[in-house]
Design a protein around this ligand. Structure first.
Ligand code: UDP
Ligand code: MG
Length: 321
């Protein structure tokens, strides 16, 4: 009998959780030779999510949970899930039923066939607005262009990971997590399964355009230093152009004289150089900020409660005291 843990990050999902649990339970019941358990991560929800999870845990002994002290974000929630999951494999899944439970049997079959990382690849983004789709495409393309490994396209967090992948991922303790990149980074034998994203069953998405943009910046700056190199190249290019232009201006002044001081050219060059310098400073600042945050070595999440017990980070006092 092999054991698989289903990790579910939840943020304000009270409305959909009972349905999610019911559908997934029904889907995995039919899989033979595998025992499934649930690990819910309550990411500081402000609704009744935690109560719903507690109720589920009371009726099903295979349901375990962790609740955070506040909202730490999905990346942190997934990391906690990977840290505390037991068994031979884990499945990462969203709580909103956008990830079809019907795909699980197929994932398990591929895992049994020897794949370590079976990930679901969305084949359409039709229900999403055009702007979001275009932004996603642009992001994947630039990421592929600048980083050394190709980021898997349209592959989300819905995946089955062998225990070996999980142990490898546990080694990566960075604070600013770009999980999608980390999955690629650890390697292992991967298999992509196509699936159609369903609309959210209930509740609201918590991703705004701004947070998606910051995720993209996160992805680029935590996986490649190419932008830094780009500024060097840009600097060299601009210097070369400026040098060439200087020769022309000097020659011009020597041959024809310079009756009016070159106000337009001066302004153009000044503004252009100013822009390039600010951009470069900004990019350097982005990386510096990353070093700053990472150097504090804070934990990625703090646990408030685990399976009904209040979590305490202080070392246990000895009984004798
Ligand atoms: N989520 C989380 N913490 C957050 C935001 C989201 O744990 O701060 C969970 C959420 O409950 C859901 C999953 O991450 O299970 C995906 O979130 P959502 O559906 O909002 O994102 P989308 O599907 O739009 O990418
Ligand atoms: Mg969703």
């Amino acid at each position: 009998m092999r054991h698989i843990t289903i990790i579910v990050p939840c943020y304000n999902e009270a409305e959909v959780l009972p349905r999610f649990y019911g559908e997934v339970r029904a889907a995995v019941e039919k899989i033979e030779g595998c025992a499934f358990s649930f690990l819910f991560i309550d990411d500081g929800s402000r609704d009744e999510t935690l109560d719903v999870i507690r109720t589920l845990a009371q009726s099903d002994a295979t349901v375990r949970y962790i609740s955070f002290t506040r909202n730490f974000g999905k990346e942190a929630a997934m990391m906690a899930g990977l840290d505390y999951a037991e068994g031979d494999a884990v499945i990462l899944m969203d709580a909103d039923l956008q990830h079809p439970p019907a795909l699980i049997p197929e994932m398990v079959a591929h895992w049994r066939a020897g794949f370590d990382d079976v990930c679901a690849k969305r084949i359409d983004r039709n229900d999403e607005p055009l702007l979001k789709r275009t932004m996603a495409r642009l992001f994947y393309r630039s990421m592929r262009a600048v980083s050394r490994f190709g980021l898997q396209r349209d592959v989300g967090d819905f995946r089955l990971l062998d225990r070996r992948c999980v142990s490898a991922l546990r080694l990566l303790r960075e604070n600013q997590r770009f999980t999608k990149g980390l999955f690629t980074w650890v390697g292992f034998k991967k298999k992509e399964l196509p699936f159609e994203v369903r609309p959210r069953a209930a509740g609201h998405t918590t991703w705004s355009y701004l947070s998606l943009l910051s995720l993209a910046v996160e992805g680029i700056t935590s996986f490649t230093t190419a932008p830094l190199r780009l500024t060097t190249v840009l600097g060299l290019l601009v210097s070369a152009l400026a040098l060439g232009y200087m020769v022309i201006v000097l020659a011009d002044a020597l041959v024809y004289g310079d009756p009016v001081a070159g106000y337009p050219t001066l302004m153009t060059v000044l503004l252009f150089l100013g822009g390039v310098q600010l951009l470069s400073l900004g990019i350097i600042g982005e990386y510096l900020g990353r070093v700053f945050t990472e150097s504090k070595r804070r934990p990625c999440y703090l646990i408030d409660e685990r399976d009904g017990e209040k979590f305490d980070y202080a070392p246990r006092r000895r009984e004798a005291e």
